[in-house]
Design a protein. Structure first.
Length: 444
């Protein structure tokens, strides 16, 4: 199709073509008739020029303005606006194409917003901690799980910080992770965290992010199953062996009842067998630990009632401080008593290892208010003993681990298991003032 035929297909283009032909014909006629007045020629030319300008506006300038407006809307991504058809063929084709593109853009924007909202809700609800970093390593966003795992009050507290500036025990680990690296960290509150550093590509650049996952329950359950199986096997074999040995020792004792030296030897072996039986039974107690019977318990009054028995287990001074008002928790009294005894014994051993004579064990009970306003009851047992070395701190609450030469590693294992069954949070650490504190927070 030629340019002239395309012009004739549009309403404004046909008018312009007709006017041009008419104007050319009038000018030719006037040139052939010199007697026509100049005024008539001027008037005719002016009318024709006016009509031509109107046709030019309708056929060219108006569509051009419409196209320019469409370009402005497109550059501003105003997907809710549309262009109105002008009646000019080529301009209407452009307008129709533009409106179709804007419809598709609008639908794509809606899809992306819905997808973004879904992913945001998914990350917010995820139990795995997620922190997004900028290209300089500063935190730009973090979900609630990350905030909880690094012990921050809210996401605003993490925004703009580098990982080594976080007030968290895992800050050094997070800061030193390389892209694609994963490490497992054990903290002094017996929690186990898996930290990973990953990245995604945004606008052609690698954008790093961090993942923090709590493995505490999984690790603890795997440990319980493993050492439970080992302990049950050991107890079964030892008890079977001890039964036969005890019978044989009784027979030997009856046969050599008149031989003092042999009787002493038999009694020594029997005592050793009894010790071995008690040793195995102490491990079996951890496996057979019953579920607690949770009843209302005034922790202040209960701790006061345990003071005479606690003092009988130590030669150090014990001081108890707490508010005058009752602080009620739901707990099993017998199990909490065992926890107090285990902690006081550990504190006593730590003090004795220093050889000091001014050993002091403090027990303080008070209200604990968390960063998010949650309220609990805190029990803190402190001592001025030898403190915790880095090696001991990294192995705290590990089953069968003990820093004492004759230790069995049972006390803290049982204590941790009892506290977990009471849904209590706990931490054992040595502070800058030299005191070692066992902090326990019971839900109120």
């Amino acid at each position: 199709m030629t340019r002239h035929s395309r012009l004739l297909k549009t309403p404004g283009g046909g008018v312009i073509f007709a006017l041009l032909a008419a104007t050319f014909a009038i000018l030719v006629w006037m040139a052939m008739h010199p007697g026509v007045a100049p005024l008539s020629l001027t008037a005719t030319t002016g009318v024709c020029a006016g009509v031509l300008l109107w046709g030019l506006w309708h056929a060219v300038l108006r569509p051009r303005r419409m196209v320019m407006r469409g370009m402005e809307l497109l550059s501003g991504q105003e997907s809710n606006n549309r262009l109105t058809l002008t009646g000019q063929h080529d301009a209407d084709r452009i307008a129709t194409l533009f409106n179709t593109l804007m419809d598709r853009l609008h639908q794509e924007q809606i899809r992306l917003r819905e997808q973004d909202s879904f992913l945001h809700l998914l990350i917010e609800a995820s139990p795995m901690g997620v922190a997004i970093l900028d290209f300089d390593g500063h935190c730009t966003d973090a979900n609630p799980a990350f905030i909880r795992l690094v012990s921050l009050p809210d996401a605003a507290a993490a925004t703009g910080l580098t990982m080594d500036a976080l007030p968290s025990p895992i800050s050094a680990t997070l800061a030193s992770l390389a892209d694609g690296e994963t490490r497992t960290v054990r903290l002094d509150d017996n929690s186990v965290l898996r930290c990973s550093r990953r990245f995604f590509v945004e606008r052609g650049f690698r954008r790093p992010f961090l993942l923090v996952e709590s493995l505490t329950e999984e690790v603890m359950e795997a440990r319980r199953q493993a050492y439970g199986k080992v302990i049950r096997l050991m107890a079964h074999e030892v008890n079977n062996s001890m039964t036969g040995i005890s019978t044989l020792l009784q027979i030997l004792a009856d046969v050599h009842s008149r031989d003092p030296e042999m009787s002493d030897f038999i009694e020594s072996v029997r005592d050793r067998c009894d010790r071995l039986g008690r040793f195995i039974a102490s491990y079996a107690d951890v496996v057979r630990l019953p579920e607690p019977t949770l009843l209302p318990l005034d922790l202040c009054a209960f701790t006061d009632s345990q003071l005479p028995f606690l003092r009988s287990n130590t030669d150090c001074e014990i001081e108890i401080t707490h508010p005058a008002t009752p602080l009620i928790i739901r707990a099993d009294a017998d199990m909490i008593a065992q926890v107090l005894v285990n902690i006081v014994r550990n504190s006593t051993d730590a003090i004795r290892s220093t050889g000091r004579t001014d050993g002091h064990i403090g027990i303080h009970i008070g209200i604990h208010i968390g960063r998010k306003g949650d309220v609990g009851v805190q029990l803190t047992v402190s001592d001025n003993g030898c403190g915790l070395s880095a090696e001991v701190a990294s192995n705290l609450f590990t089953p069968f681990y003990s820093s004492k030469p004759d230790g069995q590693g049972i006390g803290l294992t049982m204590t941790a298991e009892i506290l977990r069954r009471h849904h209590a949070r706990f931490r054992l650490h040595t502070d800058a003032d030299g005191l070692t504190r066992f902090n326990i927070i019971f839900p109120s």
